[in-house]
Design a protein around this ligand. Structure first.
Ligand SMILES: *Cc1c(COP(=O)(O)O)cnc(C)c1O
Length: 418
């Protein structure tokens, strides 16, 4: 804002702002839509002009229980009036209850809390290095990850991630990281040797195009880690918390990792992440080995506990599977009707990717724009995949509406394209 103060801070909360303001004052790391959302409830969202949208993005797999979910709002409000923050010199009741609930619900014995998916993975990679260092000495340091994987935007996590465009210009990068083709068992066999401390994989790749792992692949990774002493890390930041119809995707695959990282939907929009692991591995992090100011603060923990309680019931997860079947049928109908546009619908649970044909390669963004114009918010996963991530509470009627809106959007897109 320059040396001269242009704006009276006392009026800052009512200053008129719009999409152009973004271009004036934000570091240009994003290119957000012209639509500026101001209010939302469930899967309905309204912009500054009062136009309504059906949200099939859930804020990128975050608001799994819908926007402004009354029970989550209430959990936040109750905790907000009690205790927000104490710092790591003290623990607090909500975080202890959350850790008990998460370890009860999973293979894990221990939890570390942070504020994002990248931080959960950063903690996991550091823990894997430290564990191997203590158990095997200084030469077991290599981390193996998959091409097209996404693990966050810190320097370590972009380096482990399998998309070169995200590390361009940031060298020197942390060394000792290898990338192998996803779902390629032979490549895994060739890469995972005794110098590997960790293998990290998304059970369903999200940003990389919505690609589920094959059960055989995850089983092979488990075996290779067992024989080499490497830790198997599942990044379920996007596919966890009920998204696949199981509480965590690993449960559906029947393959148990050594470390599980979660975030996104854990707080339904309140920033919180976690790294879950076993007693034996957690003990490699002694007092002072790792930390964060906000991680596990009472507000985040109270919200996450309510989210977990809501999702982790047989009825809720069965309903997700039912909705998944309906959404898959609707999108398969679209693929059949627009077979020149879409070649495949893939994914798991309520995490679907519609893959463009060669004729329409690179045009996912145009289709998502057309959908937005017609009142349906969808995502892309790379230039060739339209990605759907509705809130887990999506109703049959809303799936029907998304089907209708997407058809309208595709008709408009095809009428004006070429
Ligand atoms: C979003 C995502 C991350 C990064 O999470 P942030 O909260 O943005 O740091 C990591 N891994 C996967 C699989 C993700 O989808």
């Amino acid at each position: 804002m320059n040396v001269i103060q242009k704006l009276d801070t006392r009026q800052a909360d009512t200053t008129p702002v719009n999409r152009n303001t973004f271009d004036e004052v934000m570091v240009p790391t994003y290119a957000p839509s012209a639509v500026v959302p101001v209010r939302a409830l469930g899967l309905d969202l309204w912009d500054q002009d009062g136009k309504r949208y059906l949200d099939f993005t859930a804020g990128i797999a975050v608001t799994g229980l819908g926007h402004a979910n009354p029970e989550i709002v209430e959990a936040l409000r109750i905790q907000a009036e009690k205790l927000w923050h104490v710092g790591n010199g003290y623990t607090n009741e909500p975080v202890l209850r959350l850790a008990l609930a998460l370890t009860e619900a999973t293979f894990a014995d221990r939890a570390f809390f942070c504020n994002s998916g990248a931080e959960a993975n950063e903690a996991a990679f550091k823990l894997a290095r430290k564990y191997a260092y203590g158990k095997f000495g200084p030469s077991k340091t290599r981390i193996v990850s998959c091409v097209n994987s996404f693990h966050g935007r810190t320097l370590f996590t972009v380096s482990v991630g399998g998309q070169a465009k995200y590390t361009e210009g940031f060298a020197p990068l942390p060394p000792d990281i290898s990338h192998i083709a996803f779902n390629d068992i032979e490549a895994a066999r060739a890469a995972i040797s005794d110098d590997v401390c960790a293998v990290v994989v998304e059970p369903v790749q999200g940003e990389g195009g919505v690609v589920p792992a094959t059960p055989a692949y995850l089983k092979a990774l488990r075996e290779l880690c067992d024989t080499t002493g490497a830790l198997l890390i599942f990044d379920e930041v996007q596919c966890g918390m009920g998204r696949t119809g199981d509480l965590f995707a690993y449960m559906g695959f029947g393959v148990t990792p050594d470390i599980l990282t979660i975030a996104k939907a854990l707080g339904n929009g309140y920033p919180v992440g976690a790294m879950l692991t076993t007693d034996a591995i957690a003990s490699a992090f002694s007092v002072g080995a790792h930390g964060t100011t906000f991680g596990g603060n009472p507000l985040a923990a109270a919200v996450a506990l309510k989210v977990l309680q809501t999702i982790n019931t047989p009825d809720f997860l069965a309903r997700v599977k039912h909705a998944s079947t309906l959404l898959m049928q609707a999108m398969q109908a679209i693929r059949a009707e627009y077979s020149h546009v879409f070649s495949e619908v893939r994914g798991s649970g309520l995490m679907l990717g519609m893959v463009l044909t060669e004729a329409y390669a690179g045009r996912a963004k145009e289709i998502s724009k057309a959908a937005e114009t017609h009142g349906l918010m969808v995502l892309i996963a790379g230039p060739d995949v339209v990605r759907l991530l509705p809130a887990l509470i999506v109703s049959d009627v809303q799936i029907d509406e998304a089907h209708r809106l997407l058809r309208r959007a595709l008709n408009a897109f095809l009428a004006t394209s070429k």
